[in-house]
Design a protein around this ligand. Sequence first.
Ligand SMILES: *Cc1c(COP(=O)(O)O)cnc(C)c1O
Length: 404
Amino acid sequence: MKDKQITKLLKAEKKRQHEAINLIASENYVSDDVLAALGSEATNKYAEGYPGKRYYAGNEIVDQIENLAIERALKLFKLNSKKWGVNVQPLSGSPANIAVYQALVKPGAKIMGMHLAHGGHLTHGHAVSFSGKFWKQVAYTVDKKTEKLDYDALMKLAKREKPAIIVAGYTAYSRKINWKKMREIAESVNAYLLVDMAHIAGLVAAGAHPAPFKHAHVVTTTTHKTLRGPRGGMIFARKDIFVKKKLKSGKIKEESLFDLIQKSVFPGMQGGPHMNQIAGIAVALGEADTVKFRKYTEQIVKNTKALASELKKLGWRIISGGTDNHVFLMDVWNDGDGITGKQASDKLEAEGIILNMNTIPYDTRTPFNPSGLRLGCAAETTRGKKERDMVKLAGRINTILRAE
Ligand SMILES: *Cc1c(COP(=O)(O)O)cnc(C)c1O
């Protein structure tokens, strides 16, 4: 690269990534093949529309790239292409969620999503996000005692509030989610069930977390977290469930959920898709469809359990008592006996351990200086770490956090 300033900064960032221990639950390290796709000439191409139906000429090759990404996505998640369609164009996870609401939820209607401070995502209806401005959030929480989902409480809330859509799938929830129960809750109020598997997509792909497809109407995901692809998003939607719309002429038009999603992404929200990103997603989906990747996700869960249980042994309170997946929350404030999440994160960063501070359920502190830390093991597992490394790492974290 001829640009000296950017070369220098990219080198420095590479070094930083190489040297730090990365416990950020939403990050990962992509393969050289994914990087090569991202840095390819596919970035030069305008391809508004969908394969075979573009608004620009010269798309015969990028059509094949996008079709390959679609094919691989359906195969990876074991989906029948008569029942499910997938849109691989969302620029990231947030626009994917907005596109779903735009397609299926009338302006002003209610989105029932997990409260941000309990592990939900901003795009699940939070007031500062577009999703909370255009629609109205009905926020649910985890149970105060168990710090896990309470499906009976969710059922009651849904029946009282009658949301148009219920969102399940979180950014900071360490337990398995019962998709069947979620669908029953949605069904009881005639709402759609949107599963946002952004965090756990890699685990779902490899069978380390139950798949939501039997129960969800629509499934969104990012591609860059446990799925280990480039930054991006995908939306899976049912092709065999139809919505009836009365046209001005009085005729009834039937459109599938997938048709509505397609229109919502383009032209509803986005312009040209990022074809280099879609090529990278195709590569990552191919990589995920291997025994090696399945072993990788199994190792993520083993490592995360090892880190959480060792920290617990060393006296730290783990939210909900443990973890079933790639992430967990740890209470460092301990009702005022400990340090704040910000202090804890700063102390660890000074020693080369990178993670994020996080609110814990029913936090008495603020998101800018909360009571907890979020720890995830997908990135370090990519770098070959095993349970014994996690036990050692827990010891280091404990020493750093307890040092004056
Ligand atoms: C990360 C995440 C998103 C958003 O992804 P971006 O790519 O950052 O826009 C959406 N939903 C959940 C549950 C997430 O964890």
